[in-house]
Design a protein around this ligand. Sequence first.
Ligand SMILES: [Mn+2]
Length: 252
Amino acid sequence: MGKHYTIGIPAEIRVIKNLDRNTVNNDEVAGVIKHGGIPVLIPTRNPELMAQYVDVIDGLLLPGGPDVAPKFYGEEPVPNLGDTDAFLDASEIELVKLAVAKHKPIFGICRGVQVLNVALGGTLYQDLYSQRNRPTLQHYQKAPMPQGTHTISVTPDSYLAKIIGRDDTTLVNSHHHEAVKAVSSQLNISALAKDGVIEGVESKEDDLIIGVQWHPEAMFRTDEKQDALFADFMARVEKFATANAEADLSSN
Ligand SMILES: [Mn+2]
């Protein structure tokens, strides 16, 4: 691609551990750079500035991170809820709403799926193991992150199926104890674990939003399917940026 598109990645600030510095997962940055994007880290202490950030990015990558504060979907915290940061949540929820309104593609990873769902009106399990009354697989793996541990069933006719196929033996890594509970009315389920836990969501009407509950950024270097998720993201960014530019021209 000729133009380098800018990809906003919200930066976590480790307030929880009293480390006052912006951090982001290097692997997500590396995946974007590999496919020609320019990552732009977005500080997350000022949710009111997110409209300005959305104006300067072409796509939004929501990385993994802490749990989502349950107040954002109308619940009180249960005992097994993990670390949360309401400024990070508020900033990312604002980014999702604005990116959707301005047709900027989104790629959500792990926590990113959860933020997507909450921003668009869905709810979460705060903790799968204490809240889900069904047999549940190990979703917080003890294997190294680049290694897949549980399989997924990809929804027929989903956009995700076009990217990674529907091989029932596809292994993904898993590092979560939260998961989507009630799916947003704006999203479809694109993948399930064999225990029924939701592992992927995507937009209903187009390919603006793709979210996966696993960590492709830890696998893309050695796994073609996971690499394809980053390639597809940048292709979507180029497609929507071109369409947005044409729409701007015709409205002037
Ligand atoms: Mn999982």
